[in-house]
Design a protein around this ligand. Structure first.
Ligand code: MN
Length: 454
């Protein structure tokens, strides 16, 4: 079941870290998201973001203020990645959250933790976990319908969609943390009307706005997780950009699904907002049409119809090289809501494990591109430009159908609800670099508009 609301969510709670109390702050004391950071010279450490600071949990565990949350929790906080914290489970997560909330609240003694606060501006952020496996789903019925319509106008949605959560096994080795550049992939594509494919730089590079989720304790091989218990295996969520090369994808995807069109890069945001922090922002599961099938028992039993969904607003912004030179702000391309997903995260966990497949602490799952019913709630350029047929005008005077070298995609996310403090997921950035050359001394195939070309 979804976690409950407790005093750590009280909107009146404030912190003695002043930047955490600004109304627009992503990381107020009600949030307390986890990440992994390092400072000059030091190795990676687990931390919690508060305002414009990072609280060094490794240092705090050494100093003693975490002693009363238990030795296992304290030890997990001293690892150089979050997998051990993720493995602890909801009871320990709740205890650690309440302790951190108390330590950072107005009225508590700052001297206990002040020396373990580091300005966010002074740290490098790393992947939050050692990701053993990464699975990406296709949980937005609006996205599935929009994409299906481009290829099969008469029957956009395949007959399995409302029965079975569709997914594919992604590539964990190429998951990047926000801020790392993304190299345009080379690949095989078949130009329109051509008989044979060519090999070269992708010309249809796209972003996908997704909600990522990190797995908690996980399950033993052969033992499925019931849908009603799936929340216990969810540690928290992040922003996820599933970079996609649409031309490579169109040529390679049948019959086994995406492969090299997506395995070259996936970017996640550095901060993980816990399921505990999301408690005030739960909402109903997708309202299925009367004619839609009810979920089969392994996807329906124990799912809370009123709080099974999560209400996160996700936004995608584009900042081109020319916009940066002209001093223009990034332009928003997408604004979507995760309450529009057809399947909940619990249903995705239950389905993933329903055949006995084991999930492990630190495994990453993507919701799939989140799109909504309206024209301004489309989570990819594929949908916005209708596969390149309707170019997008930018404030710099440029147009785009897909991403060009030098373009930066910035995802942002936040939760807002009357009576509660707004919390944010921070940002997830990635700038596109030109392809590497195919051979030393020879350029990758030329693309129109390449800013590195004189
Ligand atoms: Mn995807």
């Amino acid at each position: 079941m979804p976690r409950g609301i407790d005093p750590t969510h009280d909107p009146r709670l404030s912190s003695w870290v002043p930047s955490a109390n600004q109304p627009s702050a992503d990381f107020p004391i009600q949030n307390l998201p986890y990440g992994v950071f390092s400072t000059g010279g030091g190795g990676p450490r687990v931390g919690v973001a508060i305002g414009d600071r990072v609280l060094d949990l490794h240092g705090l565990a050494e100093d003693g203020p975490l002693a009363d949350v238990g030795e296992a929790v304290s030890r997990a906080c001293r690892a150089p990645f979050l997998n051990d914290v993720m493995a602890l489970g909801p009871e320990s997560w709740g205890r650690l959250r309440r302790r951190l909330s108390a330590l950072l609240s107005d009225g508590s003694d700052p001297s206990l933790v002040e020396r373990r606060l580091v300005p966010l501006a002074d740290v490098a952020l790393h992947l939050p976990a050692r990701i053993g496996d990464y699975t990406d789903f296709y949980a937005s019925i609006y996205h599935a319908t929009n994409v299906g319509r481009l290829f099969r106008p008469e029957s956009p949605l395949l007959p399995n969609y409302k029965w079975v959560p569709i997914g594919y096994h992604g590539r964990a080795s190429s998951v990047l943390v926000g801020g790392e550049p993304v190299r345009r992939p080379l690949g095989q594509r078949r130009p329109p009307d051509a008989e044979v494919p060519v090999f070269g730089a992708s010309r249809m590079l796209d972003y996908e706005v997704e909600l990522g989720a990190f797995v908690g304790p996980g399950n033993e091989l052969g033992v499925p997780v019931p849908a009603g218990e799936a929340e216990e295996h969810l540690f928290g969520v992040c922003l996820l950009n599933d970079w996609s090369a649409r031309d490579i994808q169109a040529w390679e995807y049948q019959p086994l699904g995406p492969f090299l069109a997506k395995s070259f890069a996936t970017t996640v945001s550095p901060w993980i907002v816990t399921m505990d922090a999301l408690a005030p922002f739960r909402g109903p599961t997708f309202a299925r049409e009367a004619a839609d099938p009810a979920p089969l028992p392994h996807l329906g039993d124990g799912v809370d119809p009123l709080r099974g969904g999560i209400d996160v607003v996700l936004e995608a912004y584009l900042h081109t090289q020319k916009m940066r030179v002209q001093g223009l702000d990034p332009v928003r391309l997408s604004r979507v809501r995760t309450l529009d997903l057809y399947w909940t995260l619990s249903q995705l966990i239950a389905h993933h494990t329903s055949n006995g497949c084991n999930l492990r602490p630190g495994d990453l799952m993507g919701s799939g591109t989140v799109s909504g019913p309206s024209r301004d709630s489309l989570g990819s350029l594929l949908e916005i430009t209708r596969r390149g047929q309707e170019p997008l005008d930018l404030p710099s005077g440029e147009t785009r159908v897909f991403l060009e070298d030098g373009d930066e995609v910035i995802l942002r996310g936040y939760c807002e609800r009357e009576g509660f403090r707004r919390i944010g997921l921070g940002a997830c950035r990635g700038r596109v670099l030109a392809s590497v050359s195919l051979r030393r001394g020879s350029r990758a195939s030329h693309r129109a508009g390449d800013p590195t070309t004189p």
